[in-house]
Design a protein around this ligand. Structure first.
Ligand code: FES
Ligand code: FES
Length: 161
């Protein structure tokens, strides 16, 4: 299999690596870069566990070839905390108990982070639509929606301060 040099921005830093043409972004992140916060589940676009941001948009890394992020900005769950301070969406999941076993949580957080960047005050239907590709076996979803609403309120308060 042919390989190539991949150049991109990864979690805010310039990144270069050697990647086989057929390697999935999910495998590249977990196995080559050792960013294991991005989880693997169905490997087929059904569960949302593998969600990361590409140029700010949530994508399923199990359906994305690593070589296709050339020149783009990739963000994983590891990028959100700043100097020990949780991002608003991480705080929302913590405060509202949006995470139980936690396995689905990184994917939800990245999907919600993408939503909040394009819509700072989403309605419940918009939250449900944005998180519709993600599956959680534990929470019953209500607390996840509350976590996103909490984060939206927190971001709004930070802007007003
Ligand atoms: S592992 Fe990517 S959608 Fe399930
Ligand atoms: S918290 Fe367990 S699968 Fe979502």
């Amino acid at each position: 299999m042919a390989t190539r040099i991949l150049s991109c921005t990864l979690n805010g830093k310039r990144h270069e690596g050697v990647v086989p043409d057929n390697m999935l972004l999910l495998d590249y992140l977990r196995e080559r870069v050792l960013l294991t916060g991005t989880k693997t589940g169905c490997d087929g676009g059904e569960c949302g566990l593998c969600t990361v941001l590409i140029d700010g948009t949530p994508i399923l890394s199990c359906l994305t070839l690593a070589c296709t992020v050339e020149g783009k900005a990739v963000e994983t769950i590891e990028s959100l905390e700043r100097g020990g301070r949780l991002a608003a969406i991480q705080e929302g999941f913590h405060v509202k108990l949006g995470s139980q076993c936690g396995y689905c949580t990184p994917g939800y957080i990245m999907a919600a982070e993408g939503l909040l960047r394009r819509n700072a005050d989403p309605a419940v239907d918009e939250i449900k639509a944005a998180l519709g590709s993600n599956i959680c076996r534990c929470t019953g979803y209500v607390k996840i929606i509350e976590a996103v609403q909490y984060a939206a309120g927190k971001l709004s308060a930070r802007k007003a301060a």
